[in-house]
Design a binder for this molecule. Structure first.
Ligand code: SF4
Ligand code: FES
Length: 204
């Protein structure tokens, strides 16, 4: 199976995102962990496929004939989504902070303005686990930690609760991570693209 990707014919299986990354093209994909199934939550991976804007991580390559990652429309919409995503972070831009990782390189490459929208999230901190801490101010609600806990560890010690502006990462049904069923395996910390989940002993 092949498709035309940014003007070149490439072999493609899996998702459009798989084809894009295999071709060495940089594309934001903040909620897609390399080792986990697509969640389709962040919409930062939008591309144009046969004239339609689609999420590359969850769109099968077999359904596309022509994909362009850099059209004016795709870039503009992606930048807007990224700016809204960055607005979830009350804590931004400090050295060693959340914008130091995947979020930072993505925002800079896409030309996303960090301060275009007002900040939405709270600033709760859960530092009750001896192994990691959670910083709501850096969380973009991408869900990678939740999927890592479910799909890699089959534990579901971490979840997303609430709706809309009230959505929050929670330690399952417990009040704190120390009281939760978390086994401190570290999968959620490794999956988090913003360092909202951090190992203890690092920058907290
Ligand atoms: S804690 Fe990290 S991985 Fe979990 S939802 Fe927030 S940003 Fe995503
Ligand atoms: S990476 Fe595609 S929707 Fe998040």
């Amino acid at each position: 199976m092949s498709l035309i990707l940014n003007g070149d014919e490439v072999e493609a299986g899996g998702s459009v995102l798989d084809a894009v990354l295999a071709a060495g093209i940089e594309l934001p994909h903040l909620c897609k962990d390399d080792n986990l199934p697509a969640i389709g939550a962040c919409r930062t991976c939008l591309v144009e496929a046969d004239g339609r804007i689609v999420a590359a991580c969850s769109f099968p390559a077999s359904m596309a004939k022509r994909v362009d990652t850099e059209t004016k429309t795709a870039r503009r919409i992606r930048r807007g989504v990224l700016e809204l995503t960055l607005a979830m972070q009350a804590e931004r831009g400090d050295e060693g902070g959340p914008l130091a990782g995947e979020t930072a390189s993505t925002a800079s490459r896409e030309g996303a303005a960090v301060d275009r929208f007002a900040v939405r999230t709270g600033r709760a901190v859960d530092a009750t686990s001896p192994f990691f801490s959670f910083h709501e101010a850096a969380c973009i609600l991408c869900g990678r930690c939740v999927v890592a806990c479910q799909d890699l560890q089959h534990i579901s010690a971490i979840g997303l609760a609430g709706r809309g502006r009230d959505t929050r990462v929670t330690p399952g049904a417990a009040d704190t991570f120390r009281e939760s069923i978390c086994t401190s395996c570290g999968s959620c910390v490794a999956a988090c693209p913003t360092s909202a989940l951090r190992p203890r002993g690092g920058a907290e």
